[in-house]
Structure formats: structure tokens, C-alpha cells
Design a binder for this molecule. Sequence first.
Ligand code: HEM
Ligand code: NAG
Ligand code: NAG
Ligand code: NAG
Ligand code: NAG
Ligand code: NAG
Ligand code: NAG
Length: 331
Amino acid sequence: MNVKLSSFLVSIAVLFGLLGVSNGGKLSLDYYKDTCPQALDIVREVTWKHVEQDLTVAAPLLRLHFHDCFIRGCDASILIDSTANNTAEKDAIPNLTLGGFDVIADIKVAVEEVCPRVVSCADIVALAARDSVSFQYKKSLWKVFLGRRDGTISHASDALVNLVPPTFNFDKLKQRFASKGLDVFDLVVLSGAHTIIGDSHCFSFSNRLYNFTGKGYGQDPSLNPIYATYLKTKCKNLSDNTTSLPMDPKSSLSFDTHYYKILLKHKGLFQSDAALLTDKKSFKEVKKLIVFEYFLEKFAHSIKKMGEIQVLTGNEGQIRKNCSVVSLVYE
Ligand code: HEM
Ligand SMILES: *[C@@H]1O[C@H](CO)[C@@H](O)[C@H](O)[C@H]1NC(C)=O
Ligand SMILES: *[C@@H]1O[C@H](CO)[C@@H](O)[C@H](O)[C@H]1NC(C)=O
Ligand SMILES: *[C@@H]1O[C@H](CO)[C@@H](O)[C@H](O)[C@H]1NC(C)=O
Ligand SMILES: *[C@@H]1O[C@H](CO)[C@@H](O)[C@H](O)[C@H]1NC(C)=O
Ligand SMILES: *[C@@H]1O[C@H](CO)[C@@H](O)[C@H](O)[C@H]1NC(C)=O
Ligand SMILES: *[C@@H]1O[C@H](CO)[C@@H](O)[C@H](O)[C@H]1NC(C)=O
């Protein structure tokens, strides 16, 4: 390696060190090869069983992985229940409308039966995201590197600071992703997750319909007006906090590139989706991502990066027995 390149790599390492982002090169594909060779099959079997019964389970499982990784790194802290002394991430306000916890719990029970205290909840979250989305194609759509350990800390206040609100514009999205070691390409391709069997509540976008001025009225001019009229028939006013709609209507049962097609017709549901058209580089990428093979290749690359955000490895953290409860050290 030449000197220039290696000093460049060192400065990158220092930069990430300063930002507190370690994008874990310590994970590996065959991490459980000796300690729990059945782990991956069990996770897939239990996940597929759930998705087969209810296709809509895939969306919350994929989103769970995203939220887990953005808050304190991919350490399954999103699964921890609040206690008398602590309000955990999953109970953060505004309500995060997360799901899939029951599936993760089910997987964990099955894995614990075979290999007690070996497979982390954090790895299970990453695998379940992959397997649930892959069910449709009956083959794994991307590789999941393993060896994450479970965190012991989960604070609601961390969720508010680290998550990505749907009202963010391009610069804010770019900044928030950069703070996790993810670039503009990762932002554009990971937003493609909104193509699946996912739902959104009216409150995540109704400001675009009824309060775009911030003064209690006005519609977002960047939203397709015909689509806006349709959305208004579903979300009748700003205080509707119960109705939810498919994010990618005509293709809502499929993990495909339909998201980018409707985005280009200005039918992206959130401001954060529409924002991807407001930057030259990002706009160009949106058009390329319409090709499914290209999308899959890029998604695999970016979700691997996302799955490495601030991971705990080696002796850090713990392997929880029950994913929603921090294990006591002496257990
Ligand atoms: C770019 C920034 C992002 C923003 C602002 C954002 C925002 C949102 C919002 C507001 C919802 C609807 C929640 C509700 O109203 O119930 C949602 C749903 C969803 N998001 Fe994102 N998201 C982003 C990135 C991602 C990423 C990176 C992934 C996964 C890789 C993801 C996966 C999903 C999925 C699968 C759903 C549907 C969940 C369900 O149906 O239960 N999102 N997102
Ligand atoms: C809450 O904190 C008190 C005192 O610090 C401790 O005795 C108790 O066990 C804690 N309860 C829980 C559920 O963690
Ligand atoms: C928040 O989400 C939880 C879990 O999905 C749900 O039980 C609760 O009713 C929600 N609360 C509000 C205020 O939306
Ligand atoms: C409209 O948006 C503004 C700015 O976000 C907010 O302060 C206000 O409460 C909203 N109005 C209504 C009626 O929700
Ligand atoms: C808002 O819409 C909901 C659902 O359609 C309706 O029940 C409610 O009365 C409406 N509220 C206002 C203030 O118009
Ligand atoms: C929905 O809004 C109503 C009135 O604004 C409020 O009383 C209710 O608690 C809210 N429900 C949820 C689930 O947030
Ligand atoms: C895990 O802990 C939660 C919360 O304390 C509890 O409700 C659940 O039954 C436990 N799961 C198992 C499999 O023990």
C-alpha cells in the first residue's frame, strides 16, 4: 500500500474515531460456525413461518433494524423494555409505531433452545430483517455479517436525538446519515426500504396536506396534486392520529423498485422521500435505482454498512437471554 493511501486511511479512521462511529470490520459471515451452526437456519425458519402467515410482518422487521442501528448502534437496545427506573427507546415519544418484537422474541426462544446464550439479539434483528424481506424471493437477498453483542443501555431520549424525522430536508438527511458513517448513496438506496409492505400513519405526512406553511394551512407543492387529493380523502385532518396507509400503494406486497418510480412522479409519501429529488447527485441515483439488479446490489452494500454502525464486539456488552430484558452479569 502506498504512503499516501495509508495515511488517507489513517485519517479516515481518526475521523470516525472522533465522530464516535466505528463501522465494525470485526463482524464475520461465519461467526456462529462453531458455536451455533444451526443459528441461521433457525432464524430463517421462524421468520419465514411468521411472514408466510402474515406478509405485513416484513416491513416492521426491516424498520426495526434501521431504528436499532441508528440509536446507540446495532445493539438490540431498541428491544429493551422500560423498567420502573428507565424509559427505554421503544417507548420514546412521539410514538414510534414500531413492530415485529413478537417475531424477534419467538426467534430468540427457538435459538436459545439449541444454543443458550450464544446468539445475540442484535444479530437476530439483522438476520430477521434480511430473512423477512427475502421470503418473497425464497433466497437470501443480502449477506449479514455477524458477531454483534447486545447493549445494556436503552434511553428514550436517545431515540429522539438519533432518529430521522420524515420532515427532514435533504441537507438534514445527509447530515444525520453522515453522523452514522453513511453517505448520500446509502441514504438514497436505504430509503428504497419504503418500497415494501409498509404502512404509514397520517401524522407522518399530513403536514404536507394541511399545514405546509406551518401556519395551519397549505399543501406541499412538491407533492403530486392528484395524489394529494387522494391522500386527503384518507387522512381527513391534522388530528387524525389513527389512520394508516400503504407507503407504496400499487406494489405494497413487494420488495422491488416501485418506490423510485412513484418518487419520480412526485408520489413519495414523506418530505424525506421527496427530498431525494432536490439534490443533483441524489436525483441521478434515484433514476439508476429503478433497475432491480442494480438496486439489489446497492441495497446489499448499504444495509451491510448500516448493520455495522457502532457495533459492540468481543467482550463488550452481553448476550441477552430475553431480548427485552438486560441480563444480570451473574446470571
Ligand atoms: C431516510 C430516512 C427515513 C425516514 C425519514 C423514515 C421515516 C419513516 C416513517 C415516518 C415511517 C412511517 C411510520 C408510521 O407513520 O407509522 C416509516 C416507515 C418505514 N420505514 Fe422508514 N424512514 C427512513 C429510512 C428508512 C430506512 C433506512 C429503512 C430500512 C432500511 C426504513 C424502513 C421503513 C419501513 C420498512 C417502514 C414501514 C414500517 C411498517 O409498515 O410497520 N426506513 N419510515
Ligand atoms: C430501581 O432503582 C432502585 C434504586 O436505585 C433499585 O433498588 C431497583 O432495583 C431498581 N428497579 C429496577 C426495576 O431496575
Ligand atoms: C404507541 O405504540 C404502542 C405499541 O405499538 C401502542 O401500544 C400505544 O397505544 C401507542 N401509543 C400512542 C399514544 O399512540
Ligand atoms: C402547523 O405546523 C406548525 C409548525 O410545524 C406547528 O407549530 C403547528 O402546531 C401546526 N398546526 C397544527 C394545527 O397542527
Ligand atoms: C378529523 O377526522 C377524524 C377522522 O375522520 C374525525 O373523526 C374527526 O372528527 C376530525 N376532527 C376534526 C377536528 O375535524
Ligand atoms: C389522538 O388524538 C386525540 C386528540 O387529539 C388524543 O386524545 C388521543 O390520545 C390521540 N391518540 C393517540 C393514539 O395518539
Ligand atoms: C421476556 O421478558 C418479557 C418482559 O419482562 C416477558 O414479558 C416475556 O415473557 C419474557 N420472554 C420469555 C421468553 O421469557
